[in-house]
Design a protein around this ligand. Structure first.
Ligand code: NDP
Length: 449
């Protein structure tokens, strides 16, 4: 797809020039700009206020050295990042990713998407993201702790409960958040809600761990309900076996679906009898082993090396919950051929633009990440509220609020798709609804930033 609006085309050209070679960031910007063209046609005031050229440029981008000492006494050096992309509607908010593939492009794509996702939740949160090319795999707890402490020593200068509130993402779970929170508290000498995803003994919210996976399934439930359908009796394939995949498996099963496959970066497991979640949790959350272990422990289950093969398994619903660009056009075609009826993204930007095109042109219902996986950050927002009130809500209270927020996101995305002439196109609807709120706030606040 190319641009039909000249102003949007010129903004994208400038972004391409300024961020040459940053493939993931350019992919994310292109998708948003393509879908907001009808808004700009209707709203010349937003063009006059320069909203689009401002929204694609981060307010601040911080890169720093993270040096730490490994267990053998050797000095190691990693690169740390935080992008503070947009604060028009609230403090910067977005996770921290620890993975060897992390670079400026990945952090900027994630931070950019976060602006629209956070806006869709209806909560007052701006967009940000951060992380490092540190690989937690194979490191001891003490090495992870020393890395996290060094990382936070610099990051602490840039964040705060009313400024920027990071959370987890790939490679950052309860252990890492704990080490980072401890270091922040030591340096700042204050106990504030500066991170979310905290442990329950020190300010964490019930249901935050489950929120992204649960929220994804609540969103899918709304998509299915719009066609008078439900999860009942559906075969579900979920990629990844981390935080999002595990709790999506749990909720999809509770809602009546049968999850038959999970993966990690080494390959996928297929269990025709339905994935046994307690076994997965033991392997991934407790023992921190590879998903191949599942096939050794559960009879009837098989492991196949190579992760993209997971999309060859016949299913009604596919939920990519691993990483960006994990589902390409070739995989999309196989899913369509095998009769898949719905795809919703638990990971950020897991489907390539060609895969999305394939789903949309073949009538597969498609739930984009910005809307479908917003339950995690929404519940982080609820954790911030509880921290500010110095209260802790029950699991049921948080879960009910999450469910309500996901319903609201589905409705906002669907309604925008209708208003802007592409009914049911939730990619366009989510981008438009997320954009409009931020754009109005930017316009209202003037242009000197
Ligand atoms: P985790 O680190 O808990 O899990 C990531 C999982 O994906 C691991 O099983 C990992 O396997 C697997 N994986 C990584 N690369 C590939 C690949 N190329 N093919 C197959 N599997 C792969 O991360 P999360 O579950 O937190 O995050 C997953 C996705 O969801 C990310 O895109 C993240 O940005 C997004 N997300 C997360 C939120 C959250 O609240 N945690 C909120 C919203 C979005 P391995 O161990 O082999 O690397």
């Amino acid at each position: 797809m190319s641009f039909s609006n000249k102003y949007i085309a010129s903004v994208y050209e400038a972004v391409e020039k300024r961020n040459a070679g940053e493939a993931e960031f350019l992919q994310a910007v292109r998708e948003v700009l393509e879908t907001i063209e009808p808004v700009i046609e209707k709203r010349p005031d937003l063009q006059a206020a320069g909203v689009v050229e401002r929204i694609v440029e981060p307010e601040r981008f911080i890169q720093f050295r993270v040096s730490w000492v490994d267990d053998s006494g050797r000095v190691q050096v990693n690169r740390g990042f935080r992008v503070q992309f947009n604060s028009a509607i609230g403090p910067y908010k977005g996770g921290l990713r620890l993975h060897p593939s992390v670079n400026a492009s990945v952090i900027k794509f994630l931070g950019f998407e976060q602006i629209f996702k956070n806006s869709l939740t209806g909560l007052p949160m701006g967009g940000g993201k951060g992380g490092s090319d540190f690989d937690p795999k194979g490191k001891s707890d003490m090495e992870v702790m020393r890395f996290c402490q060094s990382f936070m020593t610099e990051l602490s200068k840039h964040i705060g409960a009313d400024t920027d509130v990071p959370a987890g993402d790939i490679g950052v779970g309860a252990r890492e958040i704990g080490y980072m929170f401890g270091q922040y508290k030591r340096l700042a000498n204050e106990f504030t809600g500066v991170l979310t995803g905290k442990g329950l003994t020190y300010g964490g919210s019930l249901a935050r761990t489950e929120a992204t996976g649960y929220g994804l399934c609540y969103f899918v439930r709304e998509m299915l309900a719009s066609k008078g359908d439900s999860f009942k009796g559906k075969t579900v394939v979920i990629s990844g076996s981390g935080n999002v995949a595990i709790y999506a498996t749990q909720k999809a099963t509770e809602l009546g679906g049968k999850v038959v496959a999970l993966s990690d970066s080494s390959g996928y497991v297929y269990d025709p009898n339905g994935i046994q979640l307690d076994v997965v949790k033991q392997i991934k959350e407790v023992e921190r082993l590879r998903i191949s272990e599942y096939a050794k422990r559960v009879s009837g289950a098989t492991f196949t090396p190579g992760c993209s093969g997971i999309w060859t398994i016949k299913c009604d619903i596919a939920l990519p919950c691993a990483t960006q660009n994990e589902l390409d056009a070739a995989s999309a075609e196989i899913l369509v051929k095998n009769g898949c009826k719905l795809v919703a993204e638990g990971a950020n930007m897991p489907s390539t633009p060609e895969a999305i095109e394939c789903f949309q042109s073949n009538g597969v219902m498609f739930g984009p990440a910005k809307a479908a996986n917003a339950g995690g950050v929404a519940t982080s927002g609820l954790e911030m509220s509880q921290n500010s009130q110095r209260l802790a809500w029950t699991f049921e209270e948080v879960d009910a609020k999450l469910d309500g927020i996901m319903k609201g996101i589905y409705k906002a995305a669907y309604d925008a798709s209708v208003e802007y002439g592409c009914p049911g196109n939730l990619v366009a609807g989510a981008n438009i609804a997320g954009f409009l709120k931020v754009a109005e706030a930017m316009k209202a606040q003037g242009i000197a930033y």
